[in-house]
Design a protein around this ligand. Structure first.
Ligand SMILES: [Zn+2]
Length: 100
C-alpha cells in the first residue's frame, strides 16, 4: 500500500521565524550556535547535550565549561542551547581545575 508523503524527509526547516516548535534537530542547533574559542586556552569550544536534560559548552582542550542549562520541553531545549552558547561566547566559563 502506498501513502502520500507531502513532506520529503530531507527537507530542513530554517528557523527564519519565531516558531521554534518545528525545530528540534540537533544539527541545526549546533549550526545556529557557533562557539568561539576557549577564553582560557584558545581551544575549540563544543556545545554538549547532557542525557537529554541540559546543554552546556565546554573546551575540548582544557575542559573549561559553562554551567548547565536545563530544559524540559523542545522549545526550552532550543533556548537552553542558545543560552549555553551565548554564555560561552561572552566568556562566562568555569575552569575545571580549582587551583591556580
Ligand atoms: Zn580551554
Amino acid at each position: 500500500m502506498r501513502y502520500n508523503n507531502h513532506s520529503p524527509g530531507a527537507v530542513r526547516r530554517r528557523t527564519g521565524t519565531d516558531s521554534l516548535t518545528n525545530g528540534g534537530d540537533a544539527l541545526d542547533i549546533y549550526q545556529e550556535n557557533p562557539l568561539q574559542d576557549c577564553p582560557y586556552c584558545g581551544g575549540a569550544g563544543l556545545l554538549e547535550e547532557e542525557n537529554g536534560w541540559c546543554w552546556y559548552a565546554m573546551c575540548l582542550h582544557c575542559g573549561a565549561q559553562t554551567a548547565p542549562f536545563d530544559y524540559s520541553t523542545p522549545e526550552e531545549r532550543v533556548l537552553a542551547a542558545r543560552r549555553a552558547a551565548y554564555t560561552w561566547n561572552i566568556g562566562k566559563v568555569l575552569r575545571s581545575d580549582p587551583g591556580d
